[in-house]
Design a protein around this ligand. Structure first.
Ligand SMILES: CC(C)(COP(=O)(O)OP(=O)(O)OC[C@H]1O[C@@H](n2cnc3c(N)ncnc32)[C@H](O)[C@@H]1OP(=O)(O)O)[C@@H](O)C(=O)NCCC(=O)NCCS
Length: 172
């Protein structure tokens, strides 16, 4: 199977073929106040930072990654406060054409039918490849607490402190 990395800039029709958001994300992830305002601008204004892993033979998008460029000096204290802050910084950097040096990962989505066969690592490798293409020196990724939707009543501040019996954080 020939899997190719193609950006939405290179093949705009792939934007319509990727996994549907409601198949991939828990409902609450689709309603962030910052997300609602800034996600579409990221996709529309920075198509060269969105890419698909495309099965050329089958004509199927197996996985999709969303990223954006921003400026970061490498000092942990200067990192964006979180995904919302990073998302706004990337869209604004694109609009203002300010100098950028860092690729920020925003989402990695594997189609339901293509899961559990190693595409997550290929998406991350693809992000690194995109950073090299765009001459960005660093890659950062705000991570999602991926089991939070299982505990909708627990405030996030408490949820992130929960640990398993072996001392590891409960959230994978
Ligand atoms: C998370 C996701 C990208 C994994 O894709 P996948 O094709 O099933 O993963 P792969 O086969 O490449 O790798 C499986 C590995 O991912 C891990 N994994 C799968 N889902 C996970 C989750 N929700 N949280 C943490 N790790 C997860 C598995 O434990 C496995 O690790 P192992 O190899 O050490 O056992 C996919 O389930 C997905 O699209 N989820 C919805 C969107 C999402 O949460 N994206 C990531 C945050 S932006």
């Amino acid at each position: 199977m020939a899997v190719r990395l193609l950006t939405w800039e290179e093949r705009s029709e792939l934007a319509r073929l990727g996994p549907a958001a409601e198949d991939v994300w828990p409902e609450y992830n689709l309603h962030g106040d910052v997300f609602v305002e800034w996600w579409t601008p990221l996709l529309e204004e920075l198509p060269d930072y969105q890419f698909a892993l495309f099965d050329e033979d089958a004509g199927v998008v197996l996985a999709e990654a969303h990223t954006g460029p921003l400026a970061w000096n490498g000092d942990d204290r200067e990192l964006p406060a979180g995904v919302d802050d990073a998302l706004q910084r990337a869209v604004k950097a694109g609009r203002d054409e300010t100098g950028v040096d860092t690729l920020c990962a925003f989402a990695a989505e594997v189609a339901l039918a293509a899961r559990q066969r190693g595409l997550a690592a290929q998406l991350l490798a693809g992000m690194n490849e995109l950073a090299r293409r765009q001459r960005l020196r660093r890659v950062i990724a705000p991570v999602r607490p991926s089991w939070k939707e299982r505990y909708p009543l627990a405030p996030i501040e408490r949820y992130v402190t929960w640990r398993r019996a072996d001392g590891q954080l409960l959230d994978p």
